[in-house]
Design a protein around this ligand. Structure first.
Ligand code: BTN
Length: 261
């Protein structure tokens, strides 16, 4: 049974009432992309959030399309207008991945869930959620930080694809997206504050617990190059450590990772 997105229900499930009072929440039946909506608005609010039942032009990383069927999954974007240094946000996609994992764990889904550096959530070898971060500079040193999160919740991929999974496919249960969205908002907001005040090191041990690539032979597409090696975790800057030819160690700030076998 479809439970529609509902602003009151989302706000009611945010436990931090101070946060709940600060949020400017928009819900759409249909929109091109929740990230694009937040990119184009011009308000001065600290935190604006947008979710939709359906995206007609949902966007993934690297210009890909994010399939966004009506009423099934979470298409959520959050935008902060903050005065802070952009340098502190280089690991934001990693901490957002951790926020998604913490949300899933709270709902009892923790086994075989992992984060694939830099920012995909996997269940076994199938993608469950993705993150699209867009940061824009404004005058007076303000930056707008947009985090877009797509989580496959109630879609059934069993007959359609081997590459994708959903919470429904993992647990055989349907989920009320409003409650999941409230938890995602709380965790993402909380972790953003920690990142801005304490830096990424506080998240390293959690990352290590859920590192999908650890000790696996992988290929990283970086700029126009393909680099092969064994993934050996990340450092406190969020850089991936890759051991190439059994001895050479390199660190990568960005890239697209796949398993090589
Ligand atoms: C990826 O894994 O490639 C990133 C996917 C991000 C999808 C989300 S859905 C909500 C938000 N709006 C978009 O257009 N994209 C992000």
């Amino acid at each position: 049974m479809l439970i529609s997105l509902n602003a009151n229900e989302i706000i009611a499930h945010i436990h931090d009432k101070q946060l709940a009072n600060k949020i400017n929440l928009h819900i759409f039946q249909e929109i091109d992309s929740t990230n694009s909506f937040l990119k184009n608005i011009n308000n001065q609010d600290y935190l604006t959030i947008c979710c939709a039942e359906h995206q007609t032009q949902g966007r993934g990383r690297l210009g890909r399309t994010w399939h966004s069927p009506y009423g099934e999954n979470i298409y959520l974007s959050l935008r902060w207008l903050i005065k802070d240094s952009i340098d502190k946000l280089s690991t934001l996609s990693l901490t957002t991945g951790i926020s998604i994992i913490q949300t899933l764990t709270k709902f009892g889904i923790s086994e075989e869930i992992a984060i694939k550096w830099p920012n995909d959530i996997y269940y076994k070898n199938k993608k469950l959620a993705g993150i699209l971060i867009e940061i824009t500079h404004h005058h007076d040193n303000y930056i707008s930080v947009i985090i877009g999160v797509g989580v496959n919740v109630n879609s059934d991929f069993r007959k359609k694809s081997n590459d994708w999974s959903s919470l429904l496919n993992i647990t055989n249960k349907e989920y009320n997206r409003n409650i999941l969205i409230a938890e995602l908002i709380s965790n993402i907001q909380y972790n953003l504050q920690i990142l801005l005040t304490d830096g990424f090191s506080s998240f390293l041990s959690l990352w290590n617990m859920y590192d999908y690539l650890y000790n696996k032979e992988i290929i990283v597409k970086h700029m126009n190059k393909q680099i092969q090696g064994v993934a050996n975790g990340i450092n406190s800057y969020g850089e991936l450590q890759l051991i190439c030819n059994k001895e050479e160690v390199i660190y990568l700030k960005s890239g697209e990772t796949t398993l090589s076998k």
